[in-house]
Design a protein. Structure first.
Length: 149
């Protein structure tokens, strides 16, 4: 097996950006929502990452952008999203909720991350595949045109 140094550097740079993004979100979560017994920062990064990875899949299928093995895929999917989203933090958050006997937030966190993570990945994929931005744009233009007429 040969090591692809440019791919490793690209993944590393994407990972650097994703880790910083996650850190900033976690710091904002601790500052703004520290009084809640719910890991909002983890939920946010996991759901946002799910939406983005679904959109990345849609770009790959529809336009052959971000396909596996491309520099863009290494940078965004493997690097950025790989370090931005986090299953290990999700697991730790749930363990802490259990240890602190916060059973409802524990159950809600699992359901919200898993259910909405999958739903947002599907939405991101469908958003790209079905050209939803173009449809929304056409709808808004038609509405403005009818209103102005």
């Amino acid at each position: 097996m040969t090591i692809n140094l440019p791919a490793l550097l690209t993944i590393g740079f994407g990972g650097f950006l994703g880790a910083i993004g996650r850190y900033l979100i976690f710091m904002a979560d601790r500052h703004l929502y520290h009084h809640y017994h719910f890991p909002l920062g983890t939920l946010f990064v996991n759901l946002t990452g799910s939406l983005l990875i679904g959109a990345a899949l849609g770009l790959t299928v529809k336009y052959d952008i971000l396909s596996r093995g491309s520099a863009e895929h290494y940078l965004f999917v493997t690097g950025f999203l790989g370090s931005f989203t986090t299953f290990s933090t999700f697991s730790q958050d749930n363990l802490i909720l259990l240890m602190d006997k916060h059973y409802w937030p524990f159950a809600a966190n699992i359901l919200l991350n898993v259910f909405f993570g999958i739903a947002l990945a599907a939405l991101g994929y469908l958003f790209i595949r079905d050209e939803i931005p173009a449809r929304i744009g056409r709808f808004l233009l038609e509405a403005v045109w009818k209103f102005a007429s």
